[in-house]
Write a protein that binds this ligand. Structure first.
Ligand SMILES: *[C@@H]1O[C@H](CO)[C@@H](O)[C@H](O)[C@H]1NC(C)=O
Ligand SMILES: *[C@@H]1O[C@H](CO)[C@@H](O)[C@H](O)[C@H]1NC(C)=O
Ligand SMILES: *[C@@H]1O[C@H](CO)[C@@H](O)[C@H](O)[C@H]1NC(C)=O
Ligand SMILES: *[C@@H]1O[C@H](CO)[C@@H](O)[C@H](O)[C@H]1NC(C)=O
Length: 961
């Protein structure tokens, strides 16, 4: 009886199971067709629904799907299937046994699918790189969760503290997420005793790193980079015996000393605490760690010596300690580790000789020792550092001859020996430096002639040999350096004529041959290049000045060549250059007098400049003293030779001359006595109040950025800064005047509609200006506030980029390309910038993309009609999903004859504003793409009865590559 009953019950249970299993199969099947409906992407065609019915659990054979032996789905992995649409709700109601859900690297622009939290058996949830936004739900029901990866999304709201309930959690990755509200690490986190990987990079955490973190002894990887942590690093971290990676960089406010206890972390391989305010010495215990591969402590206030024990490490691959106050000598055997790949000790106060063994391992790629007090010679064996990509020792006290082989390192792209006391010749072997793109030897005592072999280093982009003792000719062979962009040979004793062959340097952008002994005439062919900056002053050049050079207003860069003359009548520059061939003796006297004045002017300017800026950080207090309190006593500097009378300018700072109010001050248009107009920006100060020291600091900073940045730049698409005045209560910047105002007004308020060719010209011009900042300057400059109000238009509607008040000079080397101050303007800000406050050149590309969209649509970056999202990028990207929509976004007031070209530009704009910085093109690429979309080329092609002259843009395009 008992047995029968048992069998009966068993059968019943089995059939019930079969029934419920049947239902589950149907449910699971249903969820697959649901996914097939709500998601789209070609990869889904891999799911062959035609096998439906062949078996109940047909989907178990689907790509990315895993089942247990009963046909229950336990795994769905759609990683990187290029899916769009959305993930349907209710996954675990249909698939009750799901353990693994991987949906990363798909663009499902929606909120987090809340019902996933019902998956109480789910162990792995990977939703990295999914473009999800909105706030996160309560995760408490997901008791089984072990791996949670929500990195690279845009979540906002409160950080989900419910995670502290998930005691099985082993990995928590929130790397690079949106904009959580500020939060502190709660003590409940220490309940997660199984947690191995806690990755909370840029998650808006503030406060101190708590001591109880030392109880989370399972931790292998602790990453708290890019938050707002402050205070000391707790010694308790030393208790995390399993820790392999500790990443605390870029918190900016972690202070105090590095605890000795970190030396207990014997498994540690990566330690990065850069960009903080750490003080004291680098603990010896840390340098002794047996497994340490990466030690990065750059950009702190560390002092003392580099512990000598670090030279014994056999595991070290990267040591980066730049920008601290380290003193003493470098451990003499540093770099002997067989895996040493990078060594950056720049910007410290290190002295003594360079370490001799750095290349022993044969893998060294980066050797950067800039700006220290190193002395002695470059060790002979450095010539064997064949693996080097960068060799930089500028701004030290190194002397002697440079080992010949150093010039011919086969892989090196940068060799920088500038500002030392090196002597002897430049090695002929430089010709075999096939990958060399930048050669900096300026400010040394190199002598002999420039080896003609240099012309075989055909990848050279920048050559700076200025201010040495070089003599002999400029080798005509240099004309074959097709990629050359910058050639600086000023301040030597070069004594040939200017070789004609230089005119084949089609990419040349900066040419400085001033202060040499060059003779002969200026070759007419040079003018075809029209580099953005050319300086031939103070040589012995003679004969007629090529006409185009006079037209381009370059007279100042020809001064100091008494033999030069103007062969046009009437002589437009007779104040400066005599007429050829006859010279009036009185004119010559005038001329010499003029040179005298100019030289005096320049000397005074330089003296003031040095006085002002050499003091640098410690100089604020000192600097205030140099300013007199009288309103008519000014510090001033002039970058261009233009006469301005301070008094006249100050008297013209009246209401009727106001032309605008910029972010940082009021702008006036002022007519000078010679009829020329200038724009004067008065940096704002608090009204009717004496400046506080903080104000002064701020103004100084603002002034300093703008002056430093702009004073040194000459590019046709960047506004010219003529000079500045500064006194205790007034800071004035004098610019060239731009009669057509700013682009915002021209587009949104202008009475005249700008046609597409003009708008294209404006777009191209801006891109060339910005490309120059990003790619042609060393160090590059990030503008950080590109927007239509900062684009000024001259009489021909050539655009010029203005307002460098917040520009950031990127440090060369891969250094810290990030900045602390959030600059920029709403609507133009790149998303990553808004939450990581890291400025990169790609942020500028993004802002430029917004300006492009303004040019294309004629709309402002933020308008009511865009609806909920209220921003031009969302509006455009929604519209362009359909072909009709794409034409709809284009400015309807424009003629449709340029539609194809405008569509091309629209595609560029969309790429520039891609959410992922890596997907955005570089500014150089943008220039190229815009040239390809040139409406004028297209038109001249269509109506080809006229031969079109190359426009200025196309000419300088070459030179800015
Ligand atoms: C899956 O989606 C494709 C494309 O939308 C559609 O053609 C197909 O009928 C769908 N199959 C099922 C079973 O829903
Ligand atoms: C999530 O998926 C990505 C892409 O496949 C992978 O790189 C990452 O390691 C996964 N995260 C976890 C926690 O397994
Ligand atoms: C943890 O779970 C409990 C029970 O579900 C809940 O009451 C509590 O709010 C959760 N804690 C957090 C921080 O969400
Ligand atoms: C951390 O561990 C110590 C020693 O085991 C213990 O006294 C302390 O209460 C723990 N702290 C927390 C927050 O769990």
């Amino acid at each position: 009886m008992g047995l029968l009953r048992f069998l009966f019950l068993l059968t019943l249970q089995l059939s019930l199971f079969t029934l419920s299993s049947q239902a589950t199969m149907t449910n699971q099947s249903y969820f697959f067709s649901l996914m097939n409906q709500t998601l789209s992407g070609n990869s889904l065609s891999r799911w062959n629904f035609s096998s439906v019915g062949v078996s109940d659990s047909y989907f178990c054979n689907f790509a990315g799907v895993g089942c247990d032996n009963r046909g229950y789905v336990i795994k769905i992995d759609l990683t990187a299937w290029s899916l769009t649409g959305y993930f349907p709700e209710g996954v675990c109601s249909y698939m009750p046994e799901l353990r693994i859900l991987h949906l990363g690297h798909n663009h499902l622009q929606r909120n987090f699918p809340i019902s996933i939290t019902n998956c109480s058996l789910l162990e792995e949830l990977n939703m990295t790189h999914m473009n999800l936004s909105g706030s996160l739900p309560d995760f408490s029901p997901m008791k089984s969760l072990r791996f949670l990866d929500l990195s690279y999304n845009r979540f906002t709201g409160d950080f989900p503290l419910s995670l502290t309930n998930l005691t099985n959690l082993e990995t928590m990755n929130f790397n690079e997420n949106g904009d959580f509200k500020l939060w502190k690490l709660p003590v409940e986190l220490s309940r997660l005793t199984k947690l191995k990987r806690m990755i909370l990079t840029t998650c808006s955490i503030y406060g101190e790193i708590p001591r109880w973190i030392g109880n989370m002894t399972s931790l292998v990887d602790l990453e708290l980079t890019g938050n707002f942590l402050q205070g000391q690093i707790p010694a308790e971290i030393g208790k995390l015996k399993n820790l392999q990676a500790l990443e605390l960089y870029y918190n900016q406010h972690l202070s105090g000393e590095i605890p000795d206890e970190l030396g207990n972390l014997t498994k540690l391989t990566d330690l990065d605490m850069s960009v903080n305010k750490l003080t004291g010495k680098i603990p010896e215990s840390v340098c002794k760690l047996p497994n340490l591969r990466v030690l990065q402590l750059y950009n702190n206030s560390l002092s003392g010596e580099i512990p000598r024990v670090i030279e014994n490490s056999t595991t070290l691959t990267l040591l980066s300690l730049y920008d601290n106050y380290l003193t003493g000598t470098v451990p003499p055997n540093l770099g002997t580790s067989p895996n040493m790949m990078g060594l950056d000790l720049s910007e410290n106060r290190l002295s003594g000789e360079l370490p001799k063994q750095v290349c022993k391992g044969g893998k060294l790629l980066y050797f950067c020792m800039l700006q220290n007090l190193f002395s002695g010679e470059v060790p002979e064996n450095y010539a064997n550092c064949k693996s080097l990509l960068r060799f930089r020792v500028s701004n030290n006290r190194l002397r002697g001859r440079v080992p010949d082989g150093l010039f011919s390192l086969p892989h090196a792209s940068i060799i920088d020996l500038a500002f030392n006391q090196f002597e002897g010749p430049i090695g002929k072997s430089v010709g075999s430096a096939r990958n060399l793109s930048e050669l900096f030897l300026q400010g040394n005592r190199f002598s002999g002639s420039i080896p003609p072999e240099i012309s075989r280093a055909t990848n050279l982009v920048k050559i700076d040999l200025s201010n040495n003792n070089l003599s002999g000719p400029i080798p005509p062979e240099m004309g074959s350096l097709r990629k050359l962009n910058t050639l600086m040979l000023q301040g030597n004793k070069l004594d040939s004529s200017i070789p004609d062959s230089l005119s084949s340097l089609k990419s040349l952008n900066v040419l400085d041959l001033s202060n040499n002994l060059l003779t002969g005439t200026i070759p007419e062919s040079i003018c075809e290049l029209l580099p953005n900056s050319i300086n031939l002053s103070n040589n012995n050049l003679s004969g007629p000045i090529p006409l185009s050079l006079t037209k381009w207003g370059l007279e100042e860069s020809l001064s100091g060549n008494p033999g030069l003359c103007i062969s046009v009548y009437p002589n437009p520059l007779e104040q400066k250059f005599p007429t050829c061939p006859k010279l009036h003796s009185r004119k010559r006297v005038n001329h010499i007098w003029l040179i005298g004045i100019s030289v005096a002017f320049v000397i005074v300017g330089i003296a003031l400049f040095l006085k002002r800026w050499l003091g640098k950080d410690k100089g604020v207090a000192k600097h205030n003293k140099t300013l007199s309190s009288s309103p008519f006593s000014y510090e001033m500097k002039s970058f261009h030779k233009i006469n301005f009378d301070q008094k006249q300018i100050i008297e013209s700072l009246v209401e009727k001359n106001v032309v605008g109010h910029g972010g940082s001050g009021t702008v006036y248009k002022i007519e000078l006595s010679d009829g020329k107009a200038v724009a004067v920006k008065k940096l704002s100060t608090r009204k009717s109040k004496v400046l506080t020291p903080e104000d002064h600091l701020f103004l100084n900073k603002e002034l300093k950025t703008e002056v430093q940045t702009l004073g040194s730049i000459r590019h046709k698409n960047i506004v010219k800064l003529y000079g500045y005045f500064s006194s205790l209560d007034l800071n004035l910047l004098v610019y060239e005047y731009m009669p057509n105002g700013n682009l915002w007004d021209a587009l949104h308020k202008g009475r005249n509609l700008l046609d597409w060719p003009t708008r294209h010209k404006i777009a191209l011009g801006i891109s060339q200006g910005v490309a120059y900042l990003h790619h042609d300057l060393l160090p590059p400059i990030i503008h950080r506030d590109i927007k239509s109000t900062n684009i000024l238009l001259n009489a021909e509607y050539q655009p010029k980029v203005a307002d460098f008040g917040v520009a950031k000079v990127l440090q060369a080397r891969a250094k810290d390309s990030s900045t602390t101050v959030i600059a920029g303007t709403c609507g133009y800000l790149a998303p990553e910038y808004a939450y990581t406050s890291k400025a990169t050149t790609k942020c500028d590309v993004y802002s430029f993309g917004v300006v492009l969209m303004e040019l294309l649509t004629g709309k402002k970056p933020v308008e009511v009609e865009f609806g909920e999202s209220k921003n031009i990028i969302c509006w455009v990207s929604c519209k362009v999903e359909t072909k009709e929509g794409a034409t709809e976004v284009l400015d309807k007031r424009l003629s449709c004859s340029f539609r194809d070209e405008m569509m091309k530009v629209l595609r560029i704009a969309i790429r520039c504003t891609s959410r992922t910085p890596a997907h955005r093109p570089t500014m150089n690429e943008v220039v190229q793409l815009l040239i390809e979309a040139d409406p004028c080329n297209f038109h001249s092609f269509k109506s080809s009865n006229k031969v079109k002259e190359p426009s200025n843009e196309t000419k300088t395009k070459n030179s800015s590559q």
